[in-house]
Design a protein around this ligand. Structure first.
Ligand code: ATP
Ligand code: MG
Length: 417
């Protein structure tokens, strides 16, 4: 991509209302643009990052048998009356009304849609187990939308729902989903600082777990066992004062952001919608359910909170909008020509490259490269050309090295997408 043709430019200053590092850097870098409190546009660079995160999640959900679908955002309020969540979730539901007077809700999560939907197709034990997911925007009238992408009023969510014939089968699948979630955090680069957190919800909270990424901007307080990398959240610290894994009583208070939540719903929703299946003997039995949520947009914000320095973002390769940031320095026609040639060679190799082809000062180009945080920077100048080379520098390293122009394209990483 040529930077001169890219929609969305960098700016030197962040808007005064950008209340967090992720809001500031993503806005300055031209990744996102705020629409209103808690609602953002994703510009091309931001959409590339979001899509990469979604694709990692998609691969991991497919690997545990998830069927991807897309449900609507609008649902009749009646469905929420069936489960009582019109009352429980009253504060956060965005509501609307159709011309015919029908009352509607913008879904904050989709149990009220998926349960009646799956019920239309599942009748027998032969139809189970089943796992269905979507990646879609959700709407919540949060008391306080804040911290950029971390807490939005419209935000992106992957929500998977699983259906089982008994509790054992649900338990087995739950463990698989837990592992898939760890795979996701490892792949996006947050594995080392993301911990399994026992969440509130009944005795020893075996029904629900959160995945919490340790960072000071996090709104949640968790109590961490440093040996096991397992934590308990604030709601259960009173009932559970030791590490749920090893019994260690020395738990450390930490700030964290919830990046995922898995939950054994059991029969809460199948009861509400009378969702039964016929077992091997033709007997009607209630369906057991699990729900598994993760926020790709929140994850994108959390990644910036964790991976940045005073100059800008430092994207992990797996989620970076491009792998290479190519720029030329100096007015010499020779440098521009070599830049064009290398850009063409990299494209031929199917490499993800952003080429800063602007007629801008070296200082501006280098500062933008640091701000955008693309993992590998390639600089061509009169000096590098004297050695028939390009300067290669990783965004997360201090030292640069010279690599021969003749080999750089052939050694370049091919696009994974
Ligand atoms: P929180 O406790 O932070 O309000 P939650 O427990 O209500 O979140 P879930 O209903 O479990 O969240 O949603 C699943 C996932 O969706 C969360 O783990 C998080 O990653 C993401 N998420 C939830 N609310 C928001 C939001 N307002 N903005 C961005 N992402 C969100
Ligand atoms: Mg939560």
């Amino acid at each position: 991509m040529r930077y001169s043709q890219l929609f969305g430019k960098t700016s030197k200053t962040a808007p005064a209302d950008a209340d967090s590092v992720n809001a500031q850097l993503l806005t300055k870098g031209g990744f996102i643009a705020k629409q209103m409190a808690g609602v953002y546009n994703y510009l091309p660079l931001g959409l590339r990052v979001l899509t990469k995160i979604q694709n990692i999640i998609r691969e991991e959900m497919n690997a545990i048998g998830g069927n991807e679908i897309l449900m609507p955002a609008l649902t009749l309020e009646e469905s929420y009356k069936e489960t009582g969540r019109d009352v429980v979730l009253a504060d956060i539901l965005f509501k609307s009304e159709g011309r015919d007077g029908s009352k509607m809700v913008l879904n904050p999560t989709c149990e009220e849609v998926i349960t009646p939907l799956v019920k239309k197709f599942v009748f027998s034990h032969r139809d189970l187990p089943l796992a269905v997911y979507q990646i879609q925007n959700k709407f919540r009238n949060e008391p306080r939308a804040k911290s950029g992408l971390l807490r939005g009023r419209e935000f992106n969510m992957k929500d998977l729902y699983s259906f089982h014939k008994d509790e054992n089968d649900l338990n087995e699948y739950y463990e698989k989903a837990k592992q898939a979630y760890f795979n996701i955090y490892n792949r996006v680069g947050l594995g080392d600082i993301t911990v399994l957190t026992y969440a509130s919800g009944g005795a020893f909270s075996k029904y629900s777990h959160e995945f919490q990424t340790l960072t000071d901007i996090g709104e949640d307080t968790i109590y961490l066992c440093e040996k096991c990398k397992v934590a308990v959240n604030k709601e259960i610290i009173d009932e559970q004062k030791a590490c749920p894994s090893c019994g260690n009583k020395k738990l450390i208070e930490q700030k964290a952001v919830e990046v995922g939540n898995i939950f054994k719903l059991r029969t809460k929703f199948s009861d509400a919608f009378s969702f039964y299946y016929a077992d091997e003997n033709g007997k009607q039995k209630i369906v057991e359910m699990g729900t598994y949520g993760i926020g790709p947009s929140r994850l994108m914000g959390a990644l910036v909170e964790v991976f940045h320095d005073d100059k800008g973002i430092i994207w992990p390769e797996a989620v970076a909008p491009y792998q290479y940031h190519l720029l030329t320095i100096g007015k010499e026609a020779e440098a521009a020509k070599a830049g064009e040639k290398l850009y063409a060679d990299l494209l031929k190799k199917d490499t993800e490259v952003l080429y800063d082809d602007r007629d801008a000062s070296p200082g501006a180009k280098l500062a933008d490269a640091d701000l955008l945080g693309i993992p590998t920077r390639l600089v061509i100048s009169k000096k590098t050309l004297e050695k028939n080379s390009v300067e290669v520098k990783k965004r997360n390293e201090k030292e640069a090295k010279l690599v021969a122009l003749s080999v750089i394209a052939s050694e370049a990483k091919q696009s994974q997408t």
